[in-house]
Design a protein around this ligand. Structure first.
Ligand code: 5RP
Length: 262
């Protein structure tokens, strides 16, 4: 039940619950990936079931697609939707300009394609994700398996001329094997410490052959809904320049809290 949630799960839940209020009947909604986005999908599923909300969801991973179907959301592909009204997703870090690091869950490629094809992107995150400078969280980049070590060497060499503190990278693993994304690629996590110029870094990394996409989301996010462990949420809108904090009431719901796994 909700009262058993840890403060961090509470923060994720209230952020998701508040963000679900942005979703209106008839919308085509991009559904993010990760533990915070999973709360959002559950909240939307409850609205579909209990309030008759009619939406079509475009998931950003096979995991999210499975959960969305389980909770009763109609799932369509991005090409069926063509364009989305709104995408709601989590993030690993966000800064004051609402630039993001994403990809901790390995879904950055679909997440970026879906968010970019949306009128609006809302990020849902617990307060711990807010940073002054991006880069403490390792920056994920998706690389094709062919020659990945050569790509890694090229990336590390290029980082020498970039405004970053660290320059090492590691291949993301899944047990004894390299992690494989939904697109069949690998992920390199770049340990940068601090990214001085995220916009420049995003452009330079994507120039390299072998790199499919990077986890920097620049000028894509419009609104961040920040959850706090005490049940408060802060909604910050970068376009309107507004910030408002409110409290979200928990409504005990067996359906929503029965499965706490991602
Ligand atoms: C997945 C992502 C996630 O949104 C990000 O890792 C945050 O996840 P969580 O909500 O579990 O903290 O980018 O690729």
């Amino acid at each position: 039940m909700s009262s058993d949630l840890s403060p961090i799960d509470k923060a994720k839940f209230v952020a998701a619950k508040r963000a679900a209020e942005f979703v209106e009947d008839g919308m085509r909604v991009g559904l993010g990936t990760g533990s915070t986005a999973a709360w959002l999908v559950r909240c939307l599923g409850e609205m579909v079931r209990d309030e008759g909300l009619k939406i079509r969801g475009v998931p950003t991973s096979t995991r999210t697609a499975q959960l969305a179907r389980e909770v009763g959301i109609e799932v369509i592909s991005l090409d069926e939707a063509k364009w989305l009204d709104l995408t709601i997703d989590g993030a690993d870090e966000f800064d004051g300009e609402l630039n993001l690091i994403k990809g901790g869950g390995g879904a950055l490629l679909q997440e970026k394609i879906v968010a970019t094809a949306s009128d609006q992107m809302i990020v849902i995150a617990d307060i711990g994700k807010e940073v002054e400078h991006l880069g403490t969280f390792p920056l994920p980049i998706e690389v094709i398996p062919f020659g990945w070590q050569t790509t890694q060497a090229l990336v590390e060499e290029t980082l020498i001329s970039m405004d970053v503190l660290g320059r090492t990278s590691t291949l993301r693993m899944n047990g004894d094997h390299p992690f494989v994304t939904d697109e069949g690629n690998h992920i390199l996590d770049l340990h940068l410490g601090r990214i001085g110029n995220p916009r420049q870094l995003a452009l330079v990394i994507n120039q390299m052959p072998g790199v499919v996409e990077n986890g920097l989301f620049i000028d894509i996010c419009d609104v961040v809904v920040i959850g706090h462990g005490d049940g408060k949420v802060t909604v910050r809108d970068i376009n309107q320049g507004t910030t408002a904090t409110e409290r979200i009431d928990f409504v005990e719901s067996d359906n929503l809290f029965s499965d706490l796994s991602d």
